[in-house]
Design a binder for this molecule. Sequence first.
Ligand SMILES: [Zn+2]
Length: 556
Amino acid sequence: MTAQPRVLILALDGATFDLIGPWVDAGRLPNLGRLIREGVHGRLRSTTPPITPCAWTSFSTAQNPGRHGIYDFQQFVPGSYELAPTNGAQRRARTLWEYLNQRGLTVGLFNLPWMYPPPPLDGYCVCGFDAPDINPRAVHPPELSRELHAAVPGLSLAAEFLRKREGAYDPEVLRRQVQVNVQAALFLLRERPVDVCLLTSMLLDQVAHFFYYADPAARGCGPIEDMLLAAHEWVDEGLGEILSLVPPECLVLGVSDHGVAPTTVHVNIARALADAGLLVYRDHQPRGQTTELATTRVPSSGPTSRLKRALAAILPSSVWLWLRRARHARRSRERYAAVDWSQTRAFSWGNFAQVRLNLAGREPHGIVRADERGAVVEQVKRALLELRDPATGEALFAAALTPEELYSGPHTEGAADVLGIPTHSGVDASLHLPTPEAPLIVTRDAALMASPEMAEKVAGHDPEGVFIARGGPFRCGAEVTGAGIGEVLPTLLHALGLALPQGLDGRPIFEPSFLSEHPVQKGDASLSPPEASGPQADDDEDRRAVEDRLRDLGYL
Ligand SMILES: [Zn+2]
């Protein structure tokens, strides 16, 4: 038997060279530093938008979003103004994990986002972010769930480090969370050997969202910077343990789905659309509703979470379920409660500057006819492109694009009708406040009032992630430029000497001289697309669990 794994993929959600680079140079991250020195590395272009579900799905499928159909954490439920979480069930392209199985290689995936429900891989799949939790339904084979929990007490998908103690974040909680994840990884490496092993950490992303401050003074003042650096150091320490278990000839890849960058300006796209006359509010908006909406929301995740847990423990589960459903229904209705659909032509949603037209025949109260669509799209584009940052006078958006301009493929129903591309990664357009009083530029204090969970985030996503590869054909110390996330697995297949299936968007990213000596083999098989289901309107407990996690992390 050959030593296993042959390939180790470290999926480091949100890792960025902006942070890793200086800390590697300063000797703070010795294991990542060694991988970089001994292999190739470079910035990795994410998808547009650079959002976790979209980007990791392009990674797994080597397809652009137009072919895989996943764009954001949420998607509109057909025929409604309601958003529901997406998961792997809506993916419209086959993954290369299944293809690796077909080629005789066993595959193990730990925590990789947007794989739920788990495919029956030859190997294992422990689902991540889009799964309700690590339970037998989110793990293939199901018995591995029990084994993992028995071997690694405390294993969970929850972002435990966000549970404050006495109003403050506790680094020890974060440290324990890193260690639990590393223990699970070591358990899988020892007990479930596979040819291709992928281990995911969400922590660099999650910690950066809450601790990567734009203001260097805030970053340099002790506990805040400590959390960001400490998270990196603890993950690096874990990497050291993991790498010590793999054979020296193992190919090691380090990949992130996007980078992170501190937010410098929160822009409320709903206001921009209202100012342009594209979004209209109801005349009889009762005064004070906005205030009430802001103040009745939960103040912070810490004490509330404790209360939630305490309530969950004492209430009969049927009552608890009803309470959660009622809260969700209120939030869903609240989102667009002030909007007059009979006069609104466009509205905003999602974790990026995403605009949806109120299309007749698609939206329940749609008014934009098919023959008006082009004109409304142009108006939306103009509204976005004219926006200026009042502090600097600079344009907030460099481009505003339609799915036809961004993607190729038939599955654009979940995409924005117009997507604003920010001029820089400090522009945050995830705070949608469709109420007449909400301003265009939202200050941090106002954001905190309107959406505490979201406003505690201080950093957003950047379109450049990381790519690191060591071993096999990857030349020591070389820098890779221009690679995209959909090209990582085709590169891996080529490095393993495997033919590529037909019809992939991603190409191997080797230098032309290497490719002329080692031409890419085209397989005859093209991957048939899976049956996919749309997001479901009916409530269920799984969906609540995912939504609660997304909300804790400021994605809703
Ligand atoms: Zn991510």
